[in-house]
Each structure stands twice: as C-alpha cells, then as structure tokens.
Write a protein that binds this ligand. Structure first.
Ligand code: DGJ
Length: 731
C-alpha cells in the first residue's frame, strides 16, 4: 500500500519509490510533520514531535502544561512542524496561507477534520498536474470562521517524488480575501543544507547557483506573470557535503507558469521550512461563501543518491506521469528551422532552397518560423493578424507545404498566440484586447503587448485564429512562442476588488488556450518556446513535451544551459539545434562535430542556412542524424548521469544509461585546448558494476566497475570546444 493511515498512532505513512513521508494528527488536532526521507518502517515515530524552542511564543488556547511553562513542550504553535503553516495564531514562520474575512479576521487555525484515500488521482480544474498515483486528501478546518484547507498528497511506485497541493475553501457566511495561498509547507529537521536554484536571463537560462541555507528566508520568485528565465520554479535542498552522486537531496518544482515564489526558511530551532506556490506579490483572491481555490501542484523529489538522483526522480516522474502521453517515448521530429537562416526575410523560393539543401539527410521536418503572417517584417508589427502574408508567400502556405511534403518531410509553423502588436489590424480593431491599465500609455515589450487572456472573448479570438490556420493547412508541427512579460496587469473583465487575481487568471487563460489548441489538435507535434527558454516549466511540459531551451545555440554556452535545465527536466524535453558559425549570439566558432554532439543531447534539429549546403555538408548532417538515431532510445528513456560540471571546471559530461543497464552513451566536452594540461580521467557512471561493457570508440571491453572506478583517459582533438562520444554495450 502506498498510503497508510495507522489508527493507533494517528499517523499517515506515504511510501513512494525509495522514500517515506510521514505525519500525524497530534494531541491538539493539528497535522504534525514527522519524517521525509529514505524508506522506513511503520513504527511509532511520534517521539520526534515538537522541538526545542524556548522563545516566548503564544500558547495553543486551552492547552494546560503541568509546570505552567512553555519550555521544551509542544503547547505552542511555533513548537511543532505543521503540514501547512497557517497564520494569525502566533506562529511566526512563513505561513502558507493568509486570509481576511469581512470582519477583518485574519486567522486560519487549521484543525484536522478527516481524510480520504483516493485510488484515482483527481485532476485540478483548469490546471495541469501529475497523472496517476494513489492520493491522500486530508481535510482541515478553522472551527471558528469555517475557512478550510484540503491537503492532497500523491505517491508513485516508479518515481521518487510526491506530488502535493492545497485547496482552500470558504465555509463561512461572508466573503474571504485570500492574500496568500501557497501549495505546501514541509519542514526538514536540520538547517545544514545548501539551496540550489536555476537563475538566468535571455540566452543564459537556468544557470546553477548553490548557496548555503541560513537563518531567515532564502526566497526565489517571479513577478512576471510567467515562470521566467530569471528564476525557474525549482529549488533543491542539498545536504552539506552531498555531491552530484551521493547524499541527501530534496527538490521542489512547481507545475505552474505564472508568478511564483519558493522559500527555504532557516528557523531558530535549526529546522529548514520549505514553502511556496503562487506569488502573493500583487495577489489576492476573492472567495465567496461556499467557493474554493485550487493551488498549483508541487512535485517534491527525495534522493539519497545526490543531486543526480534527485534529477533522475524528476525525469522519471515527468516522463511517466506529466508529459502528454501521446509524446512520451515517441521519436522526435528532426527539424530544420528557418529562423536563423532567414529571420523575417524570405519568400517561397528561398524557403524551398533551405528545404532542398537538407532533404534526404534524415532531417524530417521543416519549421517556418516567425514572419509568415500579416506584414511581419520586423518584431514591431502584425502579432494577432494570423493570415498569410501573400507578398512573401503568394497563394498562401500551400505551395511551400506541398514542396516540403514532396521532399518526404513534414511542415511546421510558428505562432505567438498570446500577443498583439500595436501595429496590427487586431489592435486597430480591438485595442481593448491588449493588457494595459486605463488612462496610461502602454509599455510594450519586444514591440508588443500581451493579449488579455483572463477574458474569455479574447481567448476565443486566439483559439479560432490559430485553429483556422491549422485546419486549413497540412501542418504537423507547431512552435508556440511567447516573447513578452506583462506590464500594467489590469483587465477590463475584472471588478476592482479582483484585479489582483490577474496573474493567476492569466495562467488559467493560458492553460485554456493550450487545452483548446494543443490538445484539440492531437496529430500535431507542439513545441513550447519563450524568447528562447523563458517559460521552461512543468506546466508547459504537461502540454508540449518539448521546449526550445534557449536562443543561445552556441555549443559552449549550451553546455551550461543544458546542464542546468537537466536538474529537473528530462533530456527529451529540451530542444537543441545545431546553428551556424560564427554563432549569431556569441560570435564564437565551434566545429560542426561539437555543435552536433551538444545539440544531439535532446530533441534536435538544425538552424542554419542549408540552401548553401554542399554535398559534403549534407553527408555530415546525414551521419550526425544516423548517430542520433542510435542513441535516441537512451535520450527518450535513459537515466541521466551528469559526469562533468561545466560550472565547476573546463569540462562537461552527460552519460545516459538504459534502464536495463544494457547500453549507455557518454558525451564529453573540453572547453579549451591546453599545452601540458593536467591529467584527466572522464567519469563513467550508472553502469552495472558486475556487467562487462564494450566501448566501440575505444575498442575495449571491461567490467562496469572498472569503467566507473578507473574512468576514461580522453583523447580530445587538440582544439578549443572539443567533444568525444562513447557508446557502451553490455557483452
Ligand atoms: C524567439 C524564439 O526563441 C526564436 O527561436 C524565434 O522563434 C523568434 N522568437 C522569432 O521571433
């Protein structure tokens, strides 16, 4: 049984793959956290309750202590770790919830009411969430004002994660304003952890930062109404001394695409309290009597196998239970994308040349990027005018699609459905569709405004416009871009006391769009994108399965971006393209071999001017595509071991091992050529130590234990930015 309620101790045990999560109903009817870590027995562990706090803390009303003192006792809110930190009672830790009733009551004293175990995991209304798994729901309620909270917990037998969320409800007679509505709280019993987060910017997404947790709050967030490139909705807690390969690591990842917050609070009793969810900055939600509010789900991973183990847990969880099942395990399209070869400057003939240049190499999909609609000759016009620009493409898309298909390839098209350009027919007709506060001059981002997707009529427009093009043309791939950040968040459709619902309502609007466009076109392969990888989050993955990782396609910079992204997201979720040199972002030149090896660590493709391809170029691409197909199953299903850290030194290494440990692939990269450089052994990880493996590139057979403990002596080409690849086969 994955979920057990032990009546005698009033303890809930949640047993997932390699982990146990336990909490009890304590003597005062609060849910008290007991344990989260490696699998344990169902013993009475309530002796860990409480803490050693000695502050002057308000007592739980009605609780009488024999000696009349608080010292060392569990008679104060602050003295135990609740499953959800509520507020107003005299608990001074970061609350997960804050309310205000019509009377101005701001207390949520959440007491245990009962539980249910659901064999089928319920979805969340209008929001993406993990599928499958036995689910526990625990009902909590403030017995004075009727405010309620249901806590949902799901465990999996094939991934070392639990999924959690909270549903808040108004069981009182008047309206409640929810000023904070986080998804979870969980307290680790010690503070000696590092906080690992993924920060970045355009073309530098998901760089890794590891800093010590401390007394007080380490907080990351987004206020952009999108998950953003600045900080990913991911946080790992890495036990001091834990490494990539060993030690306790917890990871937290929100299935959410709007403004979020994640916090790690070091407490004076040396616990570390994790919490987070929807950002309470610029947020309130009006909850009428009888209404409820569902928070986004958070996926929490635990591993004793280091940071790598935490990542593999996320990868398994997302492949098995999050990514749209119709994409999981399916061979990915290998794309030639028009953006960097043509930008806005093309016509049908030019596109045909790009296609012809690469046809027959195994590249199987041509994607026509931005610039095909309205009068789109720069980023300053036409978003929302989703009709084909016949000056560039006379007669419409038919001719280029027919040409692509005649070369045995599929046709894909770029859209940016959430946007509206000030210079567009759409804006001239419907200026109110744009997000903009009344009486102010708009502040466009990349020359564009965002559509007010909190409004149903605006969503209907976007859905109909995109679906019309998809219906009228034979389109088999869509790249869905999003190049903006909201400003002046305000909606015509919201009452003044609901304007602070905007950021979350935008997320709900986006998910509605995804449902009605992505899920309504099941035969089309959808790729997410956001000015590169600025919306790379589990919610987007629920719909899209593959996301453009970054506009920075320089192999050197990509080693860091792909390394950081792999902390939470599986390789097949990342789109990685081979682009031209000098690279359009960094001006750096790297060899085609290196660009191929790094770009082939995900869903792959090419983004260069193939119209000028020679037979030799075509042969190079053909060989790269063949090599890619040899490792594709590993990329789809394998376990990732990060063997060399590009943030720590001059190397990068990804080793991918099949689940049955019969085959593996290692890509290693050396940043700079060195004269008389230090001795280097490439790490090998994840093999069966008792199994013999043949490595084709070295023509050597050794025991897994030997490969892993001795490593590989690399013979990198003597040049900067060089790669080597190795294939392991069990013999
Ligand atoms: C940003 C994307 O990341 C690029 O790949 C490209 O599609 C441009 N937008 C087009 O405007």
């Amino acid at each position: 049984m994955a979920i057990t309620y032990q009546e005698s101790t009033k303890t809930f045990f949640l047993d997932g793959k390699g982990l146990t999560y336990a909490f009890c109903v304590n003597d005062f009817d609060y849910l008290e956290h007991l344990y989260f870590g490696k699998t344990i027995g169902h013993d009475d562990i309530r002796y860990v309750r409480g803490c050693g706090g000695t502050d002057n803390n308000p007592k739980i009303p009605g609780v009488k202590m024999e000696n009349g003192y608080n010292y060392g006792a569990i008679d104060c809110y602050q003295y135990f770790a609740p499953e959800i930190v509520f507020s107003g009672t005299g608990d001074y830790r970061e609350p997960a919830v804050q309310i205000r009733t019509e009377q101005g009551d701001r207390i949520s004293d959440l007491l245990y009411e009962g539980y249910e175990i659901l064999p089928q995991k319920p979805g969340i209304n209008g929001m993406p969430s993990m599928r499958d798994g036995e689910t526990l729901v625990v009902h909590l309620k403030d017995r004075v004002n009727g405010f309620g909270c249901d806590l949902y917990y799901t465990v999996y037998d094939d991934a070392g994660v639990i999924a959690r969320r909270a549903v808040y409800s108004n069981g009182g007679a008047g309206t409640v304003m929810l000023n904070r509505a986080y998804s979870f709280s969980v307290a680790l019993p010690e503070i000696d952890y590092d906080v690992l987060t993924l920060h970045g910017a355009w073309a530098a997404e998901r760089h890794v930062q590891r800093i010590p947790a401390h007394y007080g709050v380490v907080s990351i967030d987004s206020k952009r109404t999108t998950s953003s490139a600045s900080l990913n909705p991911f946080m790992a807690l890495v036990k001091k001394g834990a490494t990539e390969d060993a030690g306790d690591v917890y990871g937290v990842n929100l299935i959410y695409s709007s403004s979020f917050v994640l916090k790690a609070e070091g407490l004076n009793d040396d616990r570390l309290l994790l919490t987070g969810g929807i950002n309470d900055f610029d947020f309130t939600w009006k909850l009428l009597p009888g209404a409820y509010f569902e928070t986004p789900e958070v996926v929490i991973s635990y591993s004793s196998d280091g940071i790598g183990g935490m990542s593999r847990n996320f990868h398994d969880a997302y492949r098995n239970h999050l990514i749209n099942p119709r994409y999981v395990g399916k061979k990915r399209p290998i794309v030639i994308n028009s953006w960097e070869s043509a930008y806005f400057n093309f016509n049908t003939e030019r596109l045909k040349q790009i296609v012809d240049g690469v046809a027959g190499t195994g590249v199987d999909t041509f994607v026509l990027d931005d610039g095909w609609y309205g009068n789109r000759n720069s980023e300053f016009s036409s978003l929302g005018d989703w009709w084909v620009d016949e000056k560039k493409l006379p007669g419409g898309l038919g001719e280029i699609i027919a040409h692509v298909n005649s070369r045995g390839m599929k046709f894909g098209l770029w859209f940016e459905p959430e946007m509206i350009s000030p210079d567009s027919d759409l804006f001239r007709t419907h200026p109110d569709y744009a997000i903009m506060a009344p009486g102010r001059e708009g502040s466009p981002c990349r020359g564009q405004y965002m559509l007010d997707l909190t409004r149903e009529d605006v969503r209907d427009f976007a859905v109909n416009a995109v679906n019309k093009i998809l219906k009228e043309n034979h389109i088999e791939y869509v790249k869905w871009d999003y190049n903006s950040n909201v400003s002046q968040s305000w909606s015509l459709g919201l009452a003044p006391d609901q304007q602070m619902e905007f950021a979350h309502r935008y997320a709900l609007g986006v998910y509605d769009l995804f449902e009605r466009i992505v899920n309504a076109n099941p035969d089309i392969f959808f790729e997410g994108c956001s000015a590169g990888g600025a919306r790379f989050d589990p919610a987007v993955l629920y719909y899209f399965s593959q996301i453009w990782t970054s506009d920075d396609t320089d192999a050197e910079e990509r080693t860091k971006i792909q390394y950081g992204t792999s902390m939470a997201y599986p390789l097949m979720a990342m789109t990685c393209h081979v682009s031209a040199v000098p690279n359009h972002q960094t001006r750096r030149s790297t060899s085609i071999a290196t660009r191929g090896d790094i770009a082939h660590l995900g869903g792959t493709g090419y983004e260069l001017d193939t119209s000028a391809f020679t037979d030799e170029d075509r042969e190079t691409v053909r060989k790269q595509v063949d090599k890619y197909h040899e490792v594709e199953d590993l990329l789809l299903w394998g376990d990732l071991y990060r063997t060399e850290d590009p943030f720590a030194g001059g190397y990068f290494g990804f080793m991918i091992v099949s689940k049955d440990k019969q085959s593996a692939h290692l890509t290693a990269y050396k940043r700079l050529a060195e004269c008389n450089g230090p001795i280097k052994r490439l790490k090998v990880r994840g093999l069966d130590p008792k199994q013999m493996y043949y490595v084709k590139e070295l023509d050597m057979t050794m025991l897994g234990a030997t490969w892993m403990n001795v490593g590989i002596k690399p013979n990198f080409p003597f040049e900067d930015f060089a790669t080597l690849t190795f294939t392991f086969k069990a013999v």
